[in-house]
Ligand binder design. Sequence first.
Ligand SMILES: Cc1cc2nc3c(=O)[nH]c(=O)nc-3n(C[C@H](O)[C@H](O)[C@H](O)COP(=O)(O)OP(=O)(O)OC[C@H]3O[C@@H](n4cnc5c(N)ncnc54)[C@H](O)[C@@H]3O)c2cc1C
Length: 400
Amino acid sequence: MTATAWAPPAEKLDRVRSFMRERVLPSEQVLDREDDEADACVAQLRSEVRSLGLWAPHVPPEAGGSGAGFLEYAYLNEEIGRTLWGQLVFGCQAPDAGNAEILHLFGTTDQKERWLFPLVAGEIRSFFSMTEPEVPGSDPTTLRTRAVRDGDDWVIDGHKWFSSGAEGAAFGIVMAVTDPDADPHGRATQIVVPVDTPGVEIVRAIPTMGHRGRNWSTHCEVRYTDVRVPVANTLGEVGSGFLIAQKRLGPGRIHHVMRWLGQMQRAFELMCRYALERQSFGGPLADKQTVQNWIADSYAEIQACRLATLDAAHKIDQGSEARVEVSAIKFYAARVLNDVIDRAIQVHGARGLTDETPLARMAMQARGGRIYDGPDEVHRQVVARRVLKTFVEGDGWRFA
Ligand SMILES: Cc1cc2nc3c(=O)[nH]c(=O)nc-3n(C[C@H](O)[C@H](O)[C@H](O)COP(=O)(O)OP(=O)(O)OC[C@H]3O[C@@H](n4cnc5c(N)ncnc54)[C@H](O)[C@@H]3O)c2cc1C
């Protein structure tokens, strides 16, 4: 069975689509304000999603969700991703979604009780604290944050930034060096750190592209000074930080791309509608060949992203890590996302820069996609190296 032959979850998809169309998209302008009214709106929409049985579609029922695998989630997320708030409303937002997955895979029974179940239930939020301002995030073997064992505790000291969602979160999963003498990929460990532990300081929410954010939508600088947590907070084995990060980031990248598919299609639709409506030089913009080229290129690129994403999701469901497929779609879809939104803005002229359409906000959010969870350049390097290796060691890369 190939991904393309796999039938979408038609009934569930219909329910998600209707809810997005009737309840979430009409609330977008309220949600965009990111104030108390927006928080109340999120809470209301979340309770409706729960009662529809659609809550947390990224994790299976035993972890508290409604999920049934990656491929199903890809189809649902394409709808959920049409607005930037969709994942928050459905309880599958980053970084909580990735944190839930690794707690589900590697957490102890106690860790699951204390953090996984309340997290998936949407009672608390979390953050993932790996990147540091002083060293390149692309090469996390250079991380400096240290966790030193003292009796039954870890004592953590370090400085992180871009810990997304740290404002208002209950806990973070912190990547810290526990054995600086180990081989580079065995040096670090992931440790669960409750935010109310003495020594944890959320220094600031870092404004990005003019946007400070609020709670879930922040990107925070965080300092850890003599932070003491029990060794029982270790996630998985000591020294397995990179292995777990890989487990988290691989699927996490696909989650982003699934959401971007919704963003791309929304920008595409706005572009087509406006091109048909706006009259200029004696006819609609849709008659101009340049605009037709933008529409045709966008169509082809979105469709390529869509099929490559479904293929990668299908391979992950079959047990493959799909490293080449995931890296390829991460850098390719990030570029397509930015290009399609940019073309849609251009077709709208000055209106495209206003808040009268969602495009400006979409563009602001899209740019980070070429950097977070690994910049384009690193993913291209991964694809090229892995493909070349198949030529060095055998018959070469086989597209399948
Ligand atoms: C919106 C947003 C949210 C984020 N959320 C989180 C989070 O929740 N938790 C967290 O820990 N981190 C988070 N990050 C951080 C993110 O993962 C890092 O920014 C990313 O890994 C890149 O690291 P860096 O910024 O230090 O860039 P660097 O590693 O310093 O790289 C800078 C540039 O160098 C180039 N480059 C790097 N390596 C290569 C190479 N091999 N070949 C060619 N060029 C190269 C690339 O163009 C790259 O953009 C977030 C970032 C953004 C933008």
